[in-house]
Structure formats: structure tokens, C-alpha cells
Design a binder for this molecule. Structure first.
Ligand SMILES: N[C@@H](CCC(=O)N[C@@H](CS)C(=O)NCC(=O)O)C(=O)O
Length: 203
């Protein structure tokens, strides 16, 4: 198998962390330079018509796009360690936290960055006013999640799951790009440092 990735991009990083947590060894990493628009070439568009990373290419030549779809596929093939839940309640809890973190925390942070940061002007049809409003929403959400994560090591099920990968990679990447200091959210800061000390996060 081959994973199309990019070293600084948070979406493929989630897959790289997931692969490391699972100890999967038969996936070759092919890095693209997004700054040089290597993901916009006609060659890569044959693999990912939406010009996004990650993309997983199977040995059969079949392609899977979307971070979570790729991780779910890998979880089916390599079930241990389990990261999407085992019991019906665990599966629901992890999905719930993954979705909540994505929509309440990651989305406003992402729009705040994509719509205001000068580096994103070549990739995004920017709307500065929208970006500033999203950044304000993100700050409210950070305050809320700082309380949610107080006295918890993991966001869901008292164990490391895909929801933690989503939460920590998003926060690590997007908070500073919104010129927000994570030290102002001490519970989130401790949580991130704890999760990021896992070997998979330096893979
Ligand atoms: N929903 C997609 C998002 C993928 C995505 O947006 N990837 C970014 C890198 S983190 C990308 O390829 N950006 C290129 C661009 O915006 O042109 C997923 O979860 O895989």
C-alpha cells in the first residue's frame, strides 16, 4: 500500500499517527509538497480528483480518500489496538467525540486560519470577515473544551482513541496559526502534551 501525505499537513498526519499506533509496516509514504502545488498536478488528480492529501493506494490500485475513511479501512484490516471502539457504546462515544471535536473545535479553527492567513490565499477563496468571526467562535470553543478535558487524560472512553488523534493534531496545528496561545488553556495544554508524548506523534 502507498499513502500520499505531506509532512506539515494535519490530515495526512492523522493517518501517519494511526499507522504508527497500529504498528503497520507495509505502507510506503509518498510525500507531496503542497507549497509547490504538487497535489494539483494532473498525475496526482488521477489519484485524488479533489487534489487533497491523504490518499491511500491499495496494492490492487484502488484508492481511498478521506482521513477517517482510510483509518476505518486500516482498523478493519488491523483491528488491534482498537481505536474506533469495541462495544456499541464505545463506538458511539468515540464517534460522538470525533464529530463534536471536528465541528465545534476544528472547523472554526480551520476557517479562522484558511480565511485570514496570507499563506492560504493561493489555496482558498478568502473571506476575511468570515475568518475573523470563526476565530472568535474557536476561542469560545477552546474555553469550553478546556473545561471538558479538565481531569481527563483522553477525550473519550478513558483510553486513547481516534478522537484523541483528531483533537490533538488539530489543536497542535491550528491554534498557533490563529495566533492563539494554548498556554491560556492550561487543561488543554496538559492534555496535548500528554498525548503528544506518545511515540506515534513523532513518527
Ligand atoms: N476531508 C479531507 C480533508 C483533506 C485536506 O483538506 N487536506 C489538506 C491538507 S491537511 C489538503 O490537501 N489541502 C490542499 C488544499 O487545500 O489545496 C480529509 O479528512 O482527508
Amino acid at each position: 500500500m502507498k499513502i500520499y501525505s505531506s509532512p506539515v499537513a494535519p490530515s495526512p498526519r492523522k493517518v501517519i499517527i494511526f499507522i504508527a499506533e497500529k504498528g503497520i509496516e507495509n505502507i510506503q509514504v509518498k510525500n507531496l509538497d503542497l507549497g509547490k502545488l504538487e497535489h494539483k498536478t494532473s498525475e496526482y488528480k488521477k489519484i485524488a480528483p479533489n487534489s487533497r492529501v491523504p490518499a491511500l493506494e491499495l496494492d490492487s490500485g484502488e484508492i481511498i480518500l478521506e482521513t477517517t475513511a482510510i483509518c476505518r479501512y486500516l482498523e478493519c484490516i488491523y483491528p488491534e489496538p482498537n481505536m474506533f471502539g469495541s462495544s456499541p457504546m464505545e463506538i458511539a462515544q468515540i464517534e460522538m467525540w470525533y464529530s463534536r471535536v471536528s465541528f465545534e473545535l476544528m472547523m472554526p479553527l480551520m476557517h479562522g486560519f484558511r480565511h485570514t492567513h496570507p499563506h492560504m490565499s493561493q489555496l482558498e477563496n478568502q473571506n476575511n470577515e468570515f475568518g475573523i468571526a470563526q476565530r472568535e467562535l474557536a476561542i469560545k470553543s477552546l474555553r469550553h473544551y478546556d473545561e471538558v478535558i479538565a481531569n481527563k487524560d483522553y477525550i473519550s472512553c478513558n483510553k486513547f482513541t481516534y478522537a484523541d488523534i483528531q483533537m490533538v493534531t488539530s489543536l497542535q496545528f491550528l491554534v498557533r496559526l490563529n495566533k492563539i496561545d494554548i498556554c491560556d488553556y492550561s487543561n488543554l495544554d496538559s492534555y496535548i502534551n500528554n498525548i503528544a508524548s506518545r511515540p506515534s506523534f513523532t513518527a
